[in-house]
Design a protein around this ligand. Sequence first.
Ligand code: 1GP
Length: 246
Amino acid sequence: MSAEIYKSFFTGERKVFFLLVDPEKCRGDLLKRTAEMASRAGVDVILAGGSLTSLPIDETIITIKSITNIPVVLFPGNLLQLSTRADGILLMSLLSGRNPEYLIGNHVLASQFIKRSGLEIIPTGYILIDGHHLSSVEYISNTRPIPSDKPDIIVATALAGEQLGLKMIYLEAGSGAHDRVKEEIVMQVKENITIPLVVGGGIRTPGDIRNLYKAGVNGVVVGTTVEEDYRILPSLTAIRNEFQLM
Ligand code: 1GP
C-alpha cells in the first residue's frame, strides 16, 4: 500500500481542502468546468462518490484526470462506486451506525478488488452527526446519526475509531445539511484523538471553513455549494491558503 496522498496532506499542521464530486450531480460540461476551476483554485484532493449514484464512476474519474492532476480518491457510498482509475480510496467504516454492512460487510466483499486495484487505502472512521434534516447517508445506510448535542458520544466514537487503528476520522453532517458540524464538537474531538480530523456536510462559506480550520480540523469537504456554483471555489480554497502562510 502506498501512502503518498495521506502522507503528503496530513503531515504537520497542513490544512486540506477536499472537493466532493458526486457523479450523479456533476457530469458533462459542468464536470469539466468544475475540474478546470478546481485546478485553478488549487483544490488538494477530489473525492468521487455519493450516497446514491450507480452511474459508471470510471467516466467521471477519466474526465477529471483529463483536465487536472489533482489526486482523485474514492468516497464510495456503495460497491458500484469502486474503480481502479482513482488514486486512492477512503475505506470508510460507518462507526456511528449499527448496520453491519456499513461497518464491515461491504468491506469483506470489496477486499480482493481493493487489494488488486493498487489504490492507496485510507482507513477512515465515518461518523454521521445529526445535521437536522434526514440525510441521504442516514436513509440509504439505515443508520441513525449521533445527536449533535451529545459530544461525549461523538468523542467516544472517534476515539474508538483511532483505537481500532483507523487513520482518519470524518465527521459528516450529511450532504446539504442545514446545520454543519460545530466548532465545539471539533475541539472536543481534536482534544481526544491524534489522527487527522476531516469535517463535511453543510459547509458553504469561507467563514465556515475559516472557523472549522481555526477549531482544529485538518480538512474540510465541500460538495453542494460548489455544485450550485463552481465559480466560488477560489474564494473557498483561499482560506486554506491563509492557514498555510501562518
Ligand atoms: C457530503 O460531506 C459531504 O458527504 C459534502 O457535503 O454537499 O453539504 O457540501 P455538502
